[in-house]
Design a protein around this ligand. Structure first.
Ligand SMILES: C[S@@+](CC[C@H](N)C(=O)[O-])C[C@H]1O[C@@H](n2cnc3c(N)ncnc32)[C@H](O)[C@@H]1O
Length: 227
């Protein structure tokens, strides 16, 4: 093989590699744009129920599950999964025998989740019915309940029913996480919600601010549910 042939061969191989990297970058970008579009459309349809303009960041998702031993968990439930910002990182970490399902009220989001995560169990229903779906899986409790629900915009009677369902569904040793936006932290609904958490759980800790989320957010980690 002469030298110029070898150089051309190497440059063609490099071209192919660059093209495939560019294609996967564009594909990733396309999926990201589609996810944001789907989320925004859901917000236009049901602003109160969706409660945010764009999906949570990976930084917030990781803060929601920090310290969880998901690979050893028996049962995990996600509430208000949206386009799957928390679902992806959870699925990446669960064990092969872990029971995991998501509850999502919006029909189009529920369909999108099934498309995005083939094999994921998604119930297109309200988080109020979590316990019924646990028993469908022959489970009395979940070890972890991860909530993306927009508490501030959920009417008080539905909030109460969801909170009852969470308390009934969480194992005594279980952990419940939920988040709040920093800018809304001192608004009356947000303060009332934190008060409810403190009444219903013996321990409620607050994470540092997740600045890499838009808007910046805090995670509430709740343990020892009071029955
Ligand atoms: C703020 S979005 C969060 C989505 C996703 N977890 C994230 O962080 O990007 C809230 C989601 O909760 C869903 N939702 C609202 N009320 C619900 C309920 N009662 N039961 C289940 N899902 C609900 C909405 O449809 C929406 O997809």
């Amino acid at each position: 093989m002469n030298e110029s042939f070898a150089v051309r061969k190497r440059s063609r191989a490099l071209d192919r590699k660059n093209r495939s990297q560019a294609t996967s970058f564009l594909r990733g970008l396309e999926l990201d744009v589609l996810e944001h579009l789907e989320f925004f459309q859901a917000f236009i349809r049901e602003p109160a129920s969706v409660g945010a303009l764009s999906p949570s960041s990976r930084a917030l998702a990781l803060a929601m599950i920090e310290g969880f031993t998901l690979h050893r968990a028996d049962t995990i439930v996600e509430l208000g999964a949206g386009t799957g910002a928390f679902t992806g990182p959870i699925l990446e970490r669960i064990g092969k025998d872990t029971t995991f399902f998501a509850m999502e009220l919006d029909r189009i989001h529920a369909r999108g989740l099934k498309r995005r995560f083939p094999g994921l169990t998604v119930y297109n229903d309200s988080a109020e019915r979590t316990l019924e779906y646990l028993s469908l899986h022959h489970k009395a409790h979940a070890d972890y309940i991860v909530s993306g629900l927009p508490w501030a915009t959920i009417p008080p009677d539905i909030q109460d029913r969801i909170m009852e369902a969470i308390l009934a569904s969480l194992a005594p040793h279980g952990i419940f996480t939920t988040f709040a936006y920093l800018h809304a932290r001192w608004l009356p609904q947000a303060r009332q919600f934190r008060h409810v958490l403190q009444q219903r759980f013996a321990t409620v800790s607050t994470s540092p601010v997740i600045w890499r989320n838009l808007p910046p957010a805090l995670v509430y980690r709740c343990t020892h549910p009071r029955s």
